[in-house]
Design a protein around this ligand. Structure first.
Ligand code: NDP
Ligand code: 2IT
Length: 448
């Protein structure tokens, strides 16, 4: 039989060959496969049944035309995607991203990550992801609505409460989910939980809006306890100013940290007295303006052009909550030189492999996205549960369940890392723990 290293190398080569020009997908797969060597050594049956070859190949990939008419009466055409990656442990589950950078490789990296993340939640949800290269920025509400209706007019055939349940991601929030859900209902006449992140008046769950950001901080809090530390008095820098970043900042503040910088894709603000979140919410959630506007409300804050510069701000905690590969090796080195003690990933794959090496070589506490940002999708699964039960839990009930899930993910991730000889390495722990459950379910279900 081939050695584990050889098996992994061969699968990776096949992934590169079969999926050319998809660097983000290669990056996500490589990081996971590299963690699995000791697993493959212990489980030759995974090799015999082609688990690795199967887990890197999406079950189904949909690409479709999304035509819509803009406010000037002109026809616009975007591309829609839904990648149904793995349904071994439950219906496909994962968000939709609307951003001009979206392409198949990005959706596949997100779908692959989602499969292992959803496994870590301990809940019965498989992995999927979708989206479009549509840019909601600068579009009117009616344009966004027409786009969403056209997108759903194609996608509705492939989703369903027990089939595939989309949600939000970059560029898809409450407004978009509402329009998408409305069109789904109109086309199918079904009123069921086909989306999560729905509005509270039509089946959404209390706590879902806050879940990813809050969950990240619950995870960090639990990790810091293991090192006799807490969030109290720590200075935090949080990239992004969208859904994840805002509620990460809110919980960080509640737990006693001082958040001094936040960003958007144009630049970052630095407010040494602490970011005023009410202002950020007003600018981002209500007015949909640029973060630069913050200075008009708080003239003592600084604004700097360029989003990368945020990592030059001195901090104890760095929480990347914007997008993939936003912390490169150079930024990681600057953070370390400035005394960062922990890095908590809120976005998906925000640190490059080189950046992760810098953190690990310098003994910085590091929480990988698929474990520490799993609170969003976990709470989506709680929304699905409430929809099935025709019940609505209180905010406190949902929040307590979320906290419990994040604590359990941290405990399991760190336990599995130790069991496999990588004590303290949560990257390895999350990859192995997430993989094992999916692999086990795939083994049980035969070669499908
Ligand atoms: P939002 O659209 O609400 O916010 C995204 C934020 O990141 C904005 O501030 C945006 O700035 C910034 N951003 C987006 N793309 C880029 C880019 N290419 N360069 C620099 N900044 C960028 O999205 P979310 O907060 O929902 O998502 C943020 C991250 O968290 C993503 O990686 C997502 O996959 C991940 N995530 C989201 C979950 C959720 O429940 N929403 C759950 C788990 C992970 P601008 O406005 O200028 O574009
Ligand atoms: O990356 C993610 O986990 C999300 N965007 C949330 C997915 C979901 O189905 O709630």
């Amino acid at each position: 039989m081939k050695a584990a290293e050889q098996v992994i190398g061969d699968v990776m080569e096949q992934v590169r060959k079969r999926n050319p020009n998809e660097p983000e997908f290669h990056q996500a797969v490589l990081e996971v496969l590299e963690s699995l060597e000791p697993v493959i050594e212990r489980h030759p049956e995974f090799v015999e049944t082609g688990i690795l070859e199967r887990i890197v190949e999406p079950e189904r990939q949909l690409i479709f035309r999304v035509p819509w008419i803009d406010d000037n009466g002109r026809v616009q055409v975007n591309r829609g995607f839904r990648v149904q990656f793995n349904s071994a442990i439950g219906p496909y589950k994962g968000g939709l991203r609307f951003h001009p950078s979206v392409n198949l490789g990005i959706i596949k990296f997100l779908g692959f990550e989602q499969t292992l993340k959803n496994s870590l939640t301990g809940l019965p949800i498989g992995g999927g992801k979708g989206g479009s290269d549509f840019d909601p920025k600068g579009k009117s509400d009616f344009e966004v609505m027409r786009f969403c209706q056209s997108f759903m007019t194609e996608l509705y055939r492939y989703v369903g409460a027990d089939v595939d349940v989309p949600a939000g991601d970059i560029g898809v929030g409450a407004r978009e989910v509402g329009y998408l859900y409305g069109q789904y209902k109109r086309l199918t006449t079904l009123y069921h939980g086909v989306f999560t992140g729905k509005g509270l008046s039509y089946g959404g769950s209390l706590g879902r809006t806050q879940a990813t950001g809050y969950g990240l901080l619950y995870f960090l809090e639990e990790m810091l306890k293991d090192y006799d530390q807490s969030l109290k008095g720590k200075t935090a820098v949080i990239s992004g100013s969208g859904n994840v970043a805002i509620y990460a900042a809110e919980k960080a503040q509640q737990l006693g940290a001082l958040v001094v910088a936040m960003s958007d894709s144009n630049g970052y603000i630095y407010d040494p007295d602490g970011i005023k979140l009410d202002t950020i919410k007003q600018i981002k959630e209500v007015e949909r303006k640029r973060i630069k506007v913050y200075r008009e409300h708080h003239p003592s804050a600084q604004y700097h052009e360029g989003s990368k510069g945020i990592w030059t701000v001195k901090c104890d905690l760095a929480l990347p909550c914007a997008t993939q590969n936003e912390i490169d090796e150079e930024s990681a080195r600057i953070l370390v030189a400035n005394g960062v003690t922990a890095v908590g990933e809120g976005a998906n794959m925000p640190s490059t492999p080189e950046a992760i090496k810098v953190f690990q070589n310098n003994k910085i506490l590091f929480t990988p996205a698929k474990a520490s940002n799993a609170g969003g999708v976990a709470t989506s699964a709680l929304e699905m549960t409430q929809n099935s039960m025709r019940l609505a839990w209180t905010f406190e009930e949902v929040d307590a369940k979320l906290k419990d899930i994040m604590v359990r993910i941290y405990r399991q991730t760190s336990k599995v890392a130790k069991e496999y000889g990588f004590e303290g390495d949560l990257v390895k722990g999350a990859n192995i723990a997430g993989f094992l459950k999916v692999a086990d379910a795939m083994m049980a279900q035969g070669i499908v």
